[in-house]
Design a protein around this ligand. Sequence first.
Ligand SMILES: Cc1cc2nc3c(=O)[nH]c(=O)nc-3n(C[C@H](O)[C@H](O)[C@H](O)COP(=O)(O)O)c2cc1C
Length: 228
Amino acid sequence: MLMNDMATAKPTNKTTDKNFWDKLPRPIMAMAPMANVTDAAFRRMFVECGKPSVFWTEFVSVEGLLSKGRDRLLSDLWFSPGEHPIVTQIFGGKPEQFEAVAPLIKELGFDGVDINMGCPDRGVEKSGGGAALIKDPVRAKEIIRALKRGVGTLPVSVKTRLGYSKTTEFEAWITALLEEQPAALTVHLRTRAEMSDVPAHWELAPQIAALRDKISPKTVLLGNGDVR
Ligand SMILES: Cc1cc2nc3c(=O)[nH]c(=O)nc-3n(C[C@H](O)[C@H](O)[C@H](O)COP(=O)(O)O)c2cc1C
């Protein structure tokens, strides 16, 4: 459950005001977000021992954060000062909700916000979020734009898969995402249909890196799947 730098990007001394991604030493090694596993207590162990380049929270429902039950979800967003840089991961299917939740994300002091566009869970997909967005790139793009509008200079990133059913979908799907110039893009190198049942398609990483170089050279690209 690790993710690493699959890009060919070289470290740069050029930094923008708020984008911590630009400043991360290479190679980037991250702990992949895992719901019900990578909570604040779990992450705290890695602050002491083997701290990754960047932490993700477990994913949290945008709809839930905007509902009356919000307080029950806030514990999923706890983090300690030693965990910086830390990105919170959110999921949902409605662009306007991503804009509406942005002030809360900013107020909580995260270094970035990541949109889950790869989770195969039926409930998550039913909400229109997670891997369901792979089938609706127009809405996926609207979601990125809406969140960017809401959070201003806070870096917005995306974690997704190669495609829904076929690996050949990656070209159109990754292109669509890169057109929105996310600060970072993590690609779990399997399709939704493949779940975690096959070896990750690292052979496609060079083609994805080439798309990044062409469409959005500043996007930090992370590969995920079978990193040991
Ligand atoms: C128990 C579990 C929970 C997960 N929860 C999330 C999550 O909340 N957000 C997410 O983007 N990915 C989630 N994932 C997917 C992982 O982040 C990662 O993409 C996947 O495990 C592939 O990496 P691997 O081949 O090293 O296992 C989860 C995976 C597992 C096993």
